[in-house]
Design a protein around this ligand. Structure first.
Ligand code: PAF
Length: 283
């Protein structure tokens, strides 16, 4: 497996692969890799001749400097995991390599990027679009793989790809969960064992809400999820939104759309750690 740290070495490597007729899959990550990332890489390895994994902790998508500071950094372990799942190349550039000048571009795709995470983390999706558009430009992949855990991120990136007229396929991949149901996330390593146990109530409640929703309105279901999770000591819901699965606009009636998803963000523990998850009511 190649470890590349400059844009020019990445381009040179990929030009040679493409000249040999090979297809390229890209798995963008911020490192601190886990089984969720491994599943994206395996899928890319199956579907492409060459898989490039970017490992870059992108500062422009963090609106909270403390969140960026405590984000786990584990490049050596990440490379070992990637070698094990068959990636051909890792692209791990420095911040100066990616942003020799501050990136002043703005991306705006409301409502996908203005609601939920967009409202609570101003500038977050602008930063995501900045880095992902750069990665798409460096790699020019045939396919790019994103975890559905970041459900909103995929909706925003789809809008960006359409807006920029990019020729690539976005491949959403299912959420990988711990045995308790907790969605795997790099942030889970920041939880204590006790917090990890408590955090399992998030997905358990989302699952139970499917049954509750069958006999209750959208608003009753939304409030029931919030109340049930807030009743768990150590958990506090930041928002729970029930939205159209494509536009991400709020829905008020269950028959308003053919694709309805509930998206949640919960603070867990005393630090606290921010955890996100979602569930499909209709698909
Ligand atoms: O999902 C992530 O890990 C990041 O938002 C991404 C897509 C790698 C961009 O930094």
């Amino acid at each position: 497996m190649k470890l590349l740290t400059t844009i020019s070495s990445l381009r040179e490597y990929l030009d040679a692969q493409r000249a040999a007729g090979k297809t390229v899959g890209l798995v963008p990550t911020m490192g601190a890799l886990h089984e969720g990332h491994a599943s994206l890489v395996r899928r890319s390895v199956e579907e492409n001749d060459v898989t490039v994994v970017s490992v870059f902790l992108n500062p422009t998508q963090f609106n909270d400097p403390k969140d960026l500071e405590r984000y786990p950094r584990t490049l050596e372990a990440d490379c070992a995991l990637l070698e094990g799942v068959g990636a051909q190349a890792v692209f791990a550039p420095s911040v100066a390599e990616v942003y020799p000048e501050p990136d002043t571009r703005t991306f705006s795709y409301p409502p996908t990027d203005s609601v939920m995470e967009g409202a609570y983390r101003p500038g977050h999706f602008n930063g995501v679009c900045q880095i992902v558009s750069k990665l798409f430009d460096y790699v020019r992949p045939d396919r790019a793989y994103f975890g559905e855990k970041d459900f909103q991120q995929i909706a925003v990136i789809r809008r960006m790809v359409a807006d920029l007229g990019l020729q690539l396929q976005i491949v959403p991949c299912p959420v990988i969960r711990e045995a308790s149901g907790l969605a795997m996330s790099s942030r889970n390593t920041l939880l204590t064992d006790e917090e990890r146990t408590i955090a399992a109530a998030i997905y358990q409640t989302l699952r139970s809400s499917l049954e509750y929703a069958a006999a209750h309105s959208v608003e009753q279901t939304r409030q029931w999820v919030i109340d049930t999770i807030n009743a768990v000591d150590g958990l506090e819901v930041q928002y729970y939104s029930i939205v159209d699965g494509e536009s991400l606009a709020d829905v008020t009636l269950w028959d308003e759309s053919a694709h309805i998803v509930g998206c949640i963000t919960v603070f867990c523990g005393s630090k606290p750690i921010r955890l996100i998850d979602h569930i499909a009511y209709k698909r």
